[in-house]
Design a protein around this ligand. Structure first.
Ligand code: SAH
Ligand code: SF4
Ligand code: F3S
Length: 471
């Protein structure tokens, strides 16, 4: 399945801690391979970080488990993007108390974006005395050292560190999937959208060197990965600050030139930096999936300005039109926020209008959630949660109609698909470039392979089809 590799050597000193931990942990937990449970909240950036934590845990001699009850080490990698995400973490950490009582040697660690907010890290530390280790996103490369101190000192440890603006290569990775994999190309974000906590918890934007990315992509293709997704909060601004000036479209083109049968995807694109060159590279390289995730957030220029998004609806539609012209069967997905402070009924109507005009393949929809430390929390907001929930209902209904039309229009046509999982006995879920699922009959051996699906039927948003043999 997934493996454990180095792209460079591990960050200074961490190898020594890792070696020491092999004996320390197995003695502490009385097993040759202590069991670690890692749960991830939030976006793919966090998923990619958890894959590093898992890589490091395996190097310490641990095995991974899906069961909290069996685990010797429990790690929650948290997300701070909306209140709901934070509430889930608080609830789930609360539920660990009983496990810690049963097994006092259990190490509970919390990390990720929530921990980079001082008030949250402190609240957790105070409210949950059985949490032994709290660490932020900036010190994840020192995980072995932190575990070492947490288990040998007998004290609780809280480590948040400053954003040193550096990238620490060489951390082992244990990927969750065996044929779909994430590949971070950059970290952090410099955009400071006024509602968003990410730049505050992830630090300044920095890009990985292209040769490291290409080497990792090559390794993934050789290991059998069929879909590689290049990751960053705003991949279109990739390359700033690198010694050799490389743009994202150039990186994308170079990655697509790696020999082998794979799909290359990327996310997220910020509309202010999405260029025609990017669309041209997508159009010209068959390995690059014809899926563009291009969050618009709002269809009102007034709200976009208040959000500090730095594009207008006109500019957004211009790049969308160009992409639709250049890329046949383009799958366009997006994020939208309903109820940004002061969003009027008229602003909201403009959001609906944009959705109607663009006809997205699918939408990720969010009700605005105030985040401490961001400028938007101080903006006046006369609208109630009920107003916002009603608007959200209306928006979802509109998108449902669009999606239904779109899926119906796929009937009778053929699509290249990646077979992903078993839906039920004899039925597999295959996914198109744009993430549309088609149910096909077939054997589990086909999971992780490409095929062509002929769509025969659309019912309740589920597409059925048959898998055609490759010519
Ligand atoms: N970097 C990506 C998105 C990161 S967060 C981008 O710029 O597109 C993912 C999505 O969460 C955002 O696109 C936005 O729609 C939503 N989001 C972020 N902060 C939010 C908040 N405070 N309230 C509601 N939704 C939010
Ligand atoms: Fe947040 Fe904006 Fe950065 Fe995306 S681009 S992570 S929404 S600040
Ligand atoms: Fe959440 Fe952090 Fe991602 S706040 S959305 S996990 S970058």
């Amino acid at each position: 399945m997934s493996e454990n590799r180095f792209t460079d050597s591990m960050p200074m000193g961490q190898e020594e801690y890792t070696d020491l931990l092999k004996d320390i942990l197995s003695a502490r937990y009385q097993r040759a391979q202590p069991l670690a449970f890692v749960h991830t909240y939030g976006c793919q950036q966090n998923v990619a970080d958890s894959e590093k934590l898992k890589g490091m845990l395996l190097q310490m001699g641990c095995a991974l488990t899906e069961s909290k009850e069996d685990a010797d080490i429990i790690i929650f990698n948290t997300c701070a993007v909306r209140e709901h995400a934070e509430d889930r973490v608080f609830g789930n950490v609360g539920a660990l108390k009983a496990l810690k009582r049963q097994k006092p040697s259990l190490l509970i660690a919390l990390c990720g974006c929530m921990m980079e907010q001082e008030h949250i890290a402190e609240k957790i530390y105070k409210s949950f005395p059985y949490v032994g280790l709290v660490f932020g996103t900036h010190v994840i490369h020192r995980f072995p050292e932190l575990v070492f101190h947490a288990v040998t000192s007998g004290k609780r440890l809280i480590e948040r560190g400053e954003d040193d603006g550096r990238i620490h290569e060489g951390i082992p990775i244990h990927r969750d999937g065996s044929f779909k994999g994430w590949l971070p190309v950059m970290y952090g974000c410099d955009n400071f959208c006024t509602y968003c906590i990410v730049p505050h918890v992830r630090g300044r934007e920095r890009s990985r060197r292209p040769e490291v990315i290409l080497r990792e992509a090559e390794e993934m293709v050789q290991a059998g990965y069929r879909e590689i997704t290049l990751l960053g909060q705003n991949v279109n601004s990739y390359g700033k600050g690198l010694e050799d000036a490389v743009t994202f479209p150039q990186l994308l083109r170079q990655t697509a030139q790696i020999p082998g049968d794979f799909w290359l995807s990327f996310m997220t694109s910020h509309p202010k930096d999405a260029s025609r060159e990017l669309i041209d590279v997508m159009a010209e390289n068959p390995k690059i999936s014809s899926h563009l995730h291009l969050p618009f957030q709002s269809g009102s220029d007034r709200i976009l300005r208040l959000m500090n998004r730095r594009y207008t609806v006109e500019k957004y539609l211009e790049i969308v039109d160009y992409a639709k012209k250049r890329i046949p069967d383009l799958a366009l997905t997006s994020d939208v926020i309903v109820g940004f402070p002061g969003e009027t009924e008229e602003d909201f109507r403009q959001t609906l209008e944009l959705i109607r005009q663009v006809e997205f393949t699918s939408l990720f929809t969010f009700i605005y959630s105030p985040r401490v430390g961001t400028p938007a929390v101080k903006m006046e907001d006369p609208f109630t949660h009920e107003d916002k929930a009603r608007r959200m209902g209306e928006l979802l209904k509109l998108q449902e109609q669009i999606s239904a039309r779109r899926t119906a229009s796929m009937v009778g046509r053929q699509y290249r698909v990646l077979v992903e999982e078993q839906a039920r006995e004899g039925i597999l879920n295959a996914r198109t470039h744009g993430g549309v699922v088609v149910e096909v009959s077939g054997n589990v051996d086909l999971i992780g392979t490409f095929g062509t699906a002929e769509v025969t039927e659309a019912r309740n948003f589920i597409l059925r089809g048959s898998l055609l043999p490759d010519p």
